[in-house]
Design a protein around this ligand. Sequence first.
Ligand code: GLA
Length: 381
Amino acid sequence: MRRCAVFAAVPLLAILGMLVEAGAGTKGKKMKAGIQKQAFGKTAEGPAVDLYTLTNANGMMTKITNYGGIVTELHTADRNGKIENVVLGFDNLKDYLVRHPYFGAIIGRVGNRIAKASFTLDGKEYKLAANNGPNTLHGGEKGFDRVVWKAEPSENADGVALKLSYLSPDGEEGFPGNLTTTVVYTITNRNELKIEYTATTDKATPVNLTQHNYFNLATPKAGTVLDHELMIAADSYTPTDNALIPTGEIKPVKDTPLDFNTPMTLGARIEQVKGDPGGYDHNYVIRGGGKGLVLAARVYEPKTGRAMEVHTTEPAIQLYTGNFLNGKEKGLDGVVYRKHYGFCLETQHYPDAVHHANFPSIILRPGKTYTQTTVYRFSAK
Ligand code: GLA
């Protein structure tokens, strides 16, 4: 029998969840915060997965599944208080089980690319899956975006949270060490999507976690994101070869189409960005990044007035303008996701850091704890 709206695991939260009024999002109306849990289907290996709906006191809402820690929907207010979904995603598990462009997922154990699908650590060579030409992308064949996480809903003074945990076994996807990972998603009462990561290991291993939401602040049905205005607080970036593997250089963005210090639409200079497919897919070095929570980027969508700020403790951020989207995926509301229908701002350490001693290290050793906090703050004006 298909389970639906199962609240058993979180009775108190469920009651609060049920208090969320229908027609959420009317301007000025105070919403009741809460979490609801419902069945989302089963993976091929068997485990049942759930979909959690987290709503804050202002009616901001997100849906997150413990399959891949995927944010399937994120609803925020426009300048008239209209609450709509601003991320690309699917409304059913089946579509996530086939390969998709990492919509909304937690990425690990190592985000972005590792050249030649191998690395050497403490004198030992490790072989990984080559799932992107000869290179490894986003953790390999079965990265953290394709595993089932343990989920624990909670509420605190900050907002409504979902804690996800996953133990990545020693040798998984070729990486050394049992990696105990937690990711806490919180929808705060300040209209933020906060993501806090931790990881510990019993053998030295590279770790570079991120989250792969594709945003479209005008809602995905509105088309491309090229009218969005972007600011990135970065003076330099890490140039890559044609396969998007860093050359090891760190170059200034000044006088290039990559410079977003002065806010500029994504579309203004995108044609000048070389590559196949064309568009932004670049790792920016955040000014003052890596030392504490700092502002990394700000986005404004003029038609709806929605704005988003990204604050992070990570040293870098990948701007990706959905260049590989090609109309293959049909998502929420029947929208066909075409090139540039969403953009990602993935907070991270630099891609392929395992091969570049001049990049901040991503090696986690036993006894140390990897931590990352990233906050996506929403507003409208
Ligand atoms: C990241 C990469 C892109 C692409 C997408 C997924 O953003 O930088 O090159 O692989 O993920 O399609």
